[in-house]
Design a protein around this ligand. Structure first.
Ligand SMILES: Cc1cc2ncn([C@H]3O[C@H](COP(=O)(O)O)[C@@H](O)[C@H]3O)c2cc1C
Ligand SMILES: O=C(O)c1cccnc1
Length: 347
């Protein structure tokens, strides 16, 4: 499969120009903190010292998971398609926050276990009616996994956006995400799992056990599987689509706005394939899902917010948009020390 080669956004001369512009604004140096880092990063991504954000978009990728048969979610699998209907009707949390932030929203069916027919507002990229139970065999065939990545790559090649937020919907996908995390980072299963939609202690034990069995089933001796093999064995169709869309969007130098635990697990795969993808990522928040903090640490990522969210759908990404806008706006609109006749620092 053709995975795009990504280049780092690093450019010492441009970084120096951005820093000079940021430091010339009428504020003590560094006082806008994370917003200054954000302005600099968005400038480097867009390869300009005058970055803009005019066309925000969020994609919500939906798919079902065979591993739900192991009793790893507090909700039934049917909630996946029912929530897709809710997205189409405009009633989910992501609809509210996307509307509030004037952000375009695309809902993609990559593998929901339901037939929607042709529906306005739903992008049909269905590869299968959900993944297989990874406790018994690979979640996806190599062909399915590749098709989902390809669909993401292709979609991202033409999306009309300058910042692209990622969201997902798929009952059971915190289990797939935790399994991917354990496989790709080598961390203990207990450090990767969380309560998802609200598992009790027994449910958490079932989740840990299902992942432990799957890791054993899919391990090939002492040689670790390649990232794409891990993705096919343990991931999800919506996760594979996000991997493709992240790589495709970074290739076009869009800002990638990362949401919670499941979206970050897709990024783990994308970064294992093309580490430079991380230069393009803004991490909207640290989710309340237990493993997310460790996942972010592994990626050396600094999330913008900690709101105790544990929803997904791209809600954290939507909520972070005002901060991204504030970053480009202060850089564009604030006066400089000379233009506003404000005295500079002593010495
Ligand atoms: C009503 C409802 C709306 C949601 N929106 C996102 N999720 C979130 O919960 C699911 C993952 O949790 P688990 O692995 O425990 O099943 C995903 O669909 C995720 O997007 C939802 C879950 C529910 C129940
Ligand atoms: O962090 C997330 O994205 C998340 C956490 C729990 C359930 N669904 C999503």
């Amino acid at each position: 499969m053709q995975i795009p080669t990504l280049v780092s956004t690093h450019d010492a001369a441009l970084a120096a120009r951005l820093d000079a512009r940021i430091n010339d604004k009428t504020k003590p140096q560094g006082s806008l903190g994370a917003l200054e880092r954000l302005a600099r990063q968005i400038g480097l991504i867009q390869a300009t010292d005058r970055p803009t954000l005019r066309r925000p978009a969020i994609v919500v990728c939906a798919g079902d998971h065979g591993v739900t048969a192991e009793g790893v979610s507090a909700y039934p699998q049917s909630v996946t398609w029912q929530m897709v209907e809710n997205f189409l009707a405009g009633g989910a949390a992501i609809n509210v926050f996307a509307r509030q932030n004037e952000c375009a929203l695309t809902i993609v069916d990559v593998g929901v276990n339901h037939d929607f027919g042709v529906r306005t507002g739903l992008l049909d990229r269905k590869i299968a009616h959900g993944t297989a139970n990874f406790c018994h065999g690979p979640a996806m065939t190599a062909v399915q996994c590749e098709a989902a990545i390809q669909a993401g790559l292709q979609w991202a090649a033409s999306v009309d956006a300058d910042v692209l937020g990622f969201g997902e919907m798929g009952i059971g996908n915190t289990t797939a995400a935790a399994a991917l995390m354990a496989a790709l980072t080598g961390m203990a299963v207990e450090d990767c799992i969380g309560a998802g939609t609200g598992l009790d202690q027994q449910g958490m034990a079932r989740k840990a056990d299902a992942i432990t069995r799957a890791l054993r089933l899919h391990a090939q001796g002492s040689t670790p599987l390649a990232p794409l093999e891990q993705l096919a064995a343990l991931g999800g169709l919506e996760i594979a689509f996000m991997v493709g869309a992240m790589l495709g969007a970074a290739k076009r130098r869009l800002v990638l706005l990362i949401d919670g635990f499941i979206v970050t697990s897709a990024l783990l795969v994308a970064a294992a394939l093309q580490p430079a993808v991380l230069d393009y990522c803004v991490f909207s928040h640290c989710s309340d899902e237990a493993g997310h903090g460790r996942m972010l640490q592994y990626l050396q990522a600094r999330p913008l917010m900690q709101l105790d969210l544990r929803l997904g759908e791209g809600t954290g990404a939507a909520l972070a948009l005002p901060l991204l806008r504030a970053a480009v706006n202060f850089l564009e609109q604030m006066a400089t020390f000379s233009s506003a006749s404000v005295s500079v620092k002593h010495g």
